[in-house]
Design a binder for this molecule. Structure first.
Ligand code: ZN
Ligand code: ZN
Length: 566
């Protein structure tokens, strides 16, 4: 075992001891030893126990531990502490910028025990209130986690988006000096707006193949991986893998099509095309040749879109400009950063929306300053006042009601009645098997006060799987009870998963693109909800917040009348 590895074990031991609040003097002596071991010129493995204990700064106790580590490969004391600590908390210790003291607060006071949950808690602004934390620490932690997620080479769409734009523009500028007519198209997962991106693929069409190829060969950051078509590969400093496929100007549309769809989509279309034709004026011509209506890039997943395109024109998919308002958002009444008025003004003036649905947390969500009954009533007064001030802009009275363990909602009926609409979500406990989770959700869906089902699985992409649910049963229950399902537009959630949108739409279930904004900028996440909605085949008419203010007002009222809860 090398000195570095030994130092690492002792560092972890010191961190865990601090995390568990052990004797500070003992911790200090271990931290000092870590520093010493790291700097030693001679390998400890070659020294005898007596020699080790004579090294300055390493006392008897620690030299015994070093010997234990060298002879057995482990440290019993370290193992004992590891067993007492959730794996996610141990993983947190590796994040730069947060020490064991802060992690202890995160774990013990906030009840957060995975990195994914910690990241989401930063998004939901939950760290600010905790002892020893502020907005600055919260932002630092968020950045550090983003970095550690990225190091696996997999990225959230939103996380990678600015890098893609930057890379595309840089490449386009370099190309200009070689071939002004070159065409550059983004393909692959990013073009399909996949929620997770492993690799960025671009297709480059040029009449000056040789010159362009030389340009890449002269850039040392690229390596050539294929001869035909020519493919250049590199890894960006943030870990994103990039492939640039170079083809002729004539073949560009065909190769772009080939590199854009998923394998399953492309392999279903290919047999419908002549084997010897590669020159098409645009992608529509390719689909036309295959006897299909044009399929938008987001939908090229091999997920039933071909069947749809065989018989009918592809429906016009939802666009950001179709959104007339935003439902499910938080303010400083619970765990948001901005006040209700600031959130409303942002929607009205910056985004030109007609309405805001405010859904602060309900009373059991104590960690998020969930609203007591008195505070619900006080908030309603403020909403009434803001509505007269900001008219014709309108704030709908909503709540994000926790779905309790037994599936019921959080307030007594007379309070539930006072809301225009209710988003029902599960926040805790999250550890459930499929049967329990499905049952709990369906019970909430059957509650006449539930208008929208919030983030159905509780997943956090790349970090928390979410509880398993029987999608079919849950969606069918929503159809039967006239409950809409949200597409939580936070790039970490994107829950309901797009793979279930088509099924929901076929059953007549409305979806709602909800940003779950906890600050003004959070509304901008609606863009990512629109992108996955498009992937799932969502049209404006099936999206609840595409309704105009009068339409949505009527929808909420009619629904209450039908349910007999007015
Ligand atoms: Zn929620
Ligand atoms: Zn929420």
């Amino acid at each position: 075992m090398e000195n570095k590895a030994i130092a690492k074990q002792f560092k972890l031991l010191a961190q865990l001891m601090e995390l568990h609040g052990e004797n500070p003097f003992k911790i200090k002596s271990i931290t000092n030893a870590v520093f010493k071991i790291d700097k030693l010129a001679n390998p400890l493995a070659l020294l005898s126990s007596a020699e080790i204990s004579e090294i300055e700064g390493i006392g008897k106790g620690i030299s015994a531990k070093i010997s234990e580590l060298l002879s057995t490969g482990t440290l019993q004391e370290l193992q004992d502490l590891i067993v007492k600590t959730p794996l996610g908390v141990v993983e947190m210790l590796a994040i730069k910028g947060i020490g064991p003291k802060k992690i202890a607060v995160i774990w013990k006071d906030l009840g957060i025990d995975t990195i994914g949950e910690l990241f989401y808690a930063c998004n939901e602004n939950r760290l600010i209130e905790a002892k020893g934390f502020g907005l600055k620490t919260q932002e630092e932690i968020k950045k550090a986690i983003e970095f550690s997620i990225a190091s696996n080479g997999r990225f959230l769409y939103a996380q990678i988006e600015p890098y893609v734009t930057l890379f595309y523009n840089d490449l386009a500028i370099s190309l200009n000096s070689v071939d002004m007519q070159a065409i550059l198209g983004i393909a692959g997962q990013f073009r399909r707006a996949c929620e997770i991106i492993d690799e960025l693929i671009l297709v480059l069409g040029t009449a000056k193949l040789e010159d362009v190829n030389r340009m890449f060969s002269e850039d040392e950051s690229y390596t050539q991986t294929e001869e035909f078509p020519l493919v250049w590969f590199k890894t960006l400093t943030n870990g994103l893998k990039v492939r640039v496929i170079i083809t002729t100007a004539e073949r560009f549309q065909y190769d772009w099509f080939m590199a854009s769809g998923s394998d399953s989509h492309v392999s279903q279309v290919l047999p419908l095309l002549p084997a010897d034709k590669f020159n098409y004026p645009d992608e529509s011509a390719i689909y036309e040749q295959a006897g299909l209506n044009f399929i938008p890039a987001e939908c090229r997943e091999g997920f039933g879109e071909l069947e749809q395109a065989k018989t009918q024109e592809f429906p016009k998919l939802i666009e950001l400009s179709d959104l007339k308002g935003s439902l499910h958002n938080h303010s400083t009444w619970s765990d948001g950063v901005h006040t209700l008025k600031e959130m409303a003004l942002y929607c009205k003036s910056e985004l030109n929306l007609e309405y805001l649905g405010i859904c602060d947390h309900s009373k059991v969500a104590v960690y998020a300053k969930g609203l007591s009954i008195e505070r619900v009533l006080a908030q309603h007064q403020e909403i009434d006042q803001l509505n007269s001030e900001l008219a014709p802009f309108y704030i709908f009275k909503g709540i994000e009601s926790d779905i309790l363990s037994d599936g019921s909602l959080d307030y007594p009926e007379e309070i539930l009645k006072s809301f225009d609409f209710i988003v029902a979500s599960i926040h805790s406990p999250l550890k459930m098997d499929e049967e329990k989770a499905t049952h709990r959700l369906i019970k909430a869906i059957e509650n006449p006060y539930t208008t929208i089902l919030g983030h159905p699985t509780g997943r956090l992409l790349l970090s928390r799987a979410g509880y398993p649910i029987d999608y079919k049963k849950v969606i069918e229950a929503c159809a039967a009870n006239d409950v809409a399902i949200e597409i939580n537009a936070n790039p970490l959630r994107l829950d309901l998963d797009w793979r279930w949108h088509r099924f929901a739409l076929e059953k007549g279930v409305k979806l709602a693109i909800n940003p779950d904004a906890h600050r003004k900028e959070g509304f901008l996440d609606m863009k990512y909800g629109v992108l996955v909605g498009r992937k799932g085949g969502l049209t404006a008419s099936y999206n609840l917040n595409s309704y105009t203010l009068p339409e949505l007002t009527t929808y909420f009222k009619d629904r209450k009348v039908k349910k007999g809860i007015i």
